[in-house]
Design a binder for this molecule. Sequence first.
Ligand code: ADQ
Length: 446
Amino acid sequence: MKSFVVVANRLPVDASPGGLVTALEPVARNAGGAWVGWGGTPDEAAEPFDHDGVHIRPVELSAQDVDRYYEGQSNSTIWPLFHDGVEPAVHHREWRVAYEAVNRRFAEAAADVAAEGATVWVHDYQLLLVPGLLRAARPDLRIGFFLHIPFPPVELFMQLPRRTEFVRGLLGADLVGFQQPLAAQNFLRLTAQLLGLHPEGEHVEYEGRTVTARAFPISIDAAEIDALATDPEVLAEAERLRKDLGGDRRLLLLGVDRLDYTKGIDQRIEAYGELLADGTISNDEAVLVQVATPSRMRVAQYQQLRERVEREVGRINGEYGDVGRVPLHYLFQSRTRAELVALYLAADIMLVTPLRDGMNLVAKEYVAARRDHGGALVLSEFTGAAAELTDAFLVNPYDVDDVKRGISAAIAAAPDDLAARMRRMRERVLEHDVARWAREFLDALT
Ligand code: ADQ
């Protein structure tokens, strides 16, 4: 039995590049707690074990659960709806049934490992019903919930079938955390609209308890990135990358994302293509490296995105490239953290242009890596990170002209202006790191 339990869709055991594991692993390790999650392989029976000082409690998912609960309700219904509906959400009854059954399984596993009065921290959109289910089984627990993705405007949330059950699910928690204050307000408004509750400030009374909804903007392990940025091998790799890509004569632009339709990858590539077309930049002067991690490749919308992006990459290189020198390098690959930091250090301009993003850790990683105060960040205003990184070149990713303007402004900026911007952003990220985020959430919860 553990007095601190993390409940998340995935276990922190393999090198999955998602933001959640990256952010939370150090927290669970330091607390010597338990982690309830899925191992990542369907139909795999797994016994509990200890890993890196964390007690691991696997939850089993059948291939059908993965289809319906994970790829279906989580990633084809909730994910697109909560990201402004940038792709249409798909709704199926059998997905909802599977989602509830799997959420029940997670809640039972958590109830099983949690000691009397333990603190349980439930994560993200795959497990919206868990706080309510856990509260019913174990009223003695302190339950926190954190949503890593955006929480949609009330009008959009209202489209979700069985919407009231999701709100009740979250109200099982004592503290519901969001990336942004507006998200917390959206949630509180829904408790009034759907359940007739009376939220006051950031609190709402529900079934004799006080539930608090508040923003806790997540961050990164900034010290880890900062340390990698001084590693001689990483520095040598950054040097090598620059040389291979054309040395200092060529401006290096960089994109690093999961291949996801929320990340604005095609809009970014379109803007870059137009800059080449109108002669603002040329293949001799600039090169874009886009690293896209394969993600959710069994979901049709992700396959379509991959095809769109790859077609556009081919078109741009075909039109503007030369033998031995192309304007766009596209890597459909995952990279180690050290390799990412080498890329961050080599890049003159980092392009982070999501159509919507809860936070976006890549933007913060880039800033943390630039201890030399070099480089520039072009950042979508629709990321959570934009609220903190106000010294970035903020752009509206839906407006190709605005993305082009942002890139051009970053190219034209004076070096001392860029250095001053980077210094301020870096101070912010180093001070507000993931350890502080977790501490603030857990202090508010307990
Ligand atoms: P994600 O949507 O996965 O996270 P993000 O916040 O950018 O997006 O985190 C991605 C993580 O994966 C970063 O740590 C990044 O370094 C890593 N990564 C990306 N591409 C990679 C590659 N090619 N190879 C290796 N690693 C790669 C979700 C939400 C976000 C929120 C986080 C944390 O969608 O809005 O910021 O959770 O709450």
